[in-house]
Design a protein around this ligand. Structure first.
Ligand code: GDP
Ligand code: MN
Length: 391
């Protein structure tokens, strides 16, 4: 789960990382109220989950309430790289002497955490990496050893930050590492991390990605989740406990097992189609799971054909078939279904489906034939209702 900047700053604050005082605003009036509270000058910041807001005009300094009004009304509703601004963060503006960069993430190939620190902050790190890779001091951290103060100090020295910033940065790096590890994040990034003319170091921006696999031990994350702009398809699938990833195409996919689901996406691509999603109903899926899966696929208006690809192992053919029949009774499917059913109890499954077969529910003996048919149906599709013809 990606956090918005203001949520990331709230998360940072829990770990003692210094951030500026401020508050969120969804209207111009709220922005002025927050600015009055934070104390002028303030900075008005678009809350969208995309970088480069500054360059896009989504971050503005304001010296008084009138300026806040002007900037807030300009920024609210602004489209930044496809993200519409619905919320602002207004904080007390900082004076900046130097801008640095700091982050922790996982380096899978090294099987270690990776810290990155640079004296060249405020610009996108990808740009620094490309133009001046030596300006990034990288530190691999064994998760068992953790980050010691000595290691952090040597790392700061290697990054050649302004010496005035050394103590403050060492302190923040140790806290940021705790935030990353104890806070169960996949990524924590501060860009810019600033040194003020008074010699203080603090976080001016926050990028935090939480590790969803750890959400069971963080009931407090629910407050973040409520505000996420989630894909409604993902939301429904999440509610139903399905392994679902929304994609851009028009062929809805249901398969059992992550490997088969990925292969199914590949085969659809191979025959010239575009998958609308990845959906793995898992092993031993019941009729209800199949019905839930079809409901999620059906909620996606882009779906023009549905390809169900089942190779029964633990998953039994008759359960799958019952699920499809059940779904046809429960929901009015907008798109035709092509199914390839093989493996455990496939015969029984096909027998259950037989009386329901029509041009809206077809059965094909192989994965490739089924993919071809589904893709052909999707590209030929004219709006039609009453799928399945079962009732
Ligand atoms: P991003 O462009 O989406 O990464 O947004 P940031 O929060 O990193 O802000 C972009 C830039 O705006 C920073 O690099 C700063 O130069 C500037 N900025 C942000 N907050 C302040 C502030 O409080 N005071 C000043 N002077 N500049 C700021
Ligand atoms: Mn930034």
């Amino acid at each position: 789960m990606d956090l918005f900047e203001y949520q990331g700053k709230q998360y940072f604050a829990r770990f003692g990382i210094p951030v500026s005082p401020g508050g969120v605003a969804d209207t111009v009036d709220e922005a002025v109220a927050q600015a009055d509270k934070a104390g002028y000058p303030v900075v008005v910041k678009a809350q969208v989950q995309v970088g480069g807001r500054g360059k896009a005009g989504g971050i503005k300094l304001a010296a008084n309430a009138d300026e806040v009004r002007t900037h807030a009304s300009n920024i609210l509703g602004m489209d930044i790289k496809g993200h519409v601004v619905r919320r602002l963060w207004v904080e007390h503006a900082s004076d900046i002497a130097k801008e640095f960069y700091a982050s922790f993430t996982l380096d899978r190939s090294a099987k270690k955490h990776l810290g990155m620190l640079s004296a060249q902050g405020g610009v996108e790190i990808e740009q620094v990496a490309e133009e001046n890779p030596d300006a990034i001091a990288k530190l691999h951290i064994d998760p068992v050893d953790g980050l010691t103060e000595d290691a952090a100090r040597a790392w700061v020295a290697e990054a050649r930050l302004d010496p005035q910033a050394t103590e403050g940065t060492v302190d923040i790096l140790l806290k940021l590492y705790r935030c990353y590890v104890d806070g169960d994040a996949d990524l924590v990034e501060i860009n810019p991390l600033i040194l003020t003319p008074e010699g203080k170091v603090h976080a001016l921006d926050a990028k935090v990605t939480l590790d969803d696999n750890a959400s069971f031990r963080h009931p407090e994350w629910d407050e973040f989740r409520g505000l996420q702009v989630m894909d409604p398809r993902d939301e429904l699938a999440h509610e139903k406990g399905l392994q679902y990833v929304g994609l851009e195409g028009d062929v809805g996919i249901i398969a059992n097992g992550a490997g088969l689901a990925m292969s199914t996406c590949d085969v659809v691509n191979q025959v010239g189609g575009q998958p609308a999603n990845f959906l793995d109903i898992g092993g031993g899926a019941s009729a209800q799971v199949m019905a839930d899966a079809l409901e999620v696929i059906n909620s996606d208006e882009n779906v023009k054909a549905i390809f169900i690809n089942i190779f029964g192992g633990i998953t039994r053919g008759e359960e799958v078939a019952n699920g499809i029949v059940q779904a046809l009774e429960q929901v009015e499917l907008r798109a035709p279904i092509v199914i390839r059913l093989d493996g455990t109890n496939a015969e029984e499954g096909r027998a259950i489906l037989a009386p329901h077969l029509s041009d809206r529910l077809q059965s094909k003996p192989t994965m490739l034939e089924a993919a071809r048919e589904a893709v052909a149906l999707a590209s030929a599709s004219v709006p039609e209702r009453n799928a399945g013809g079962s009732k």
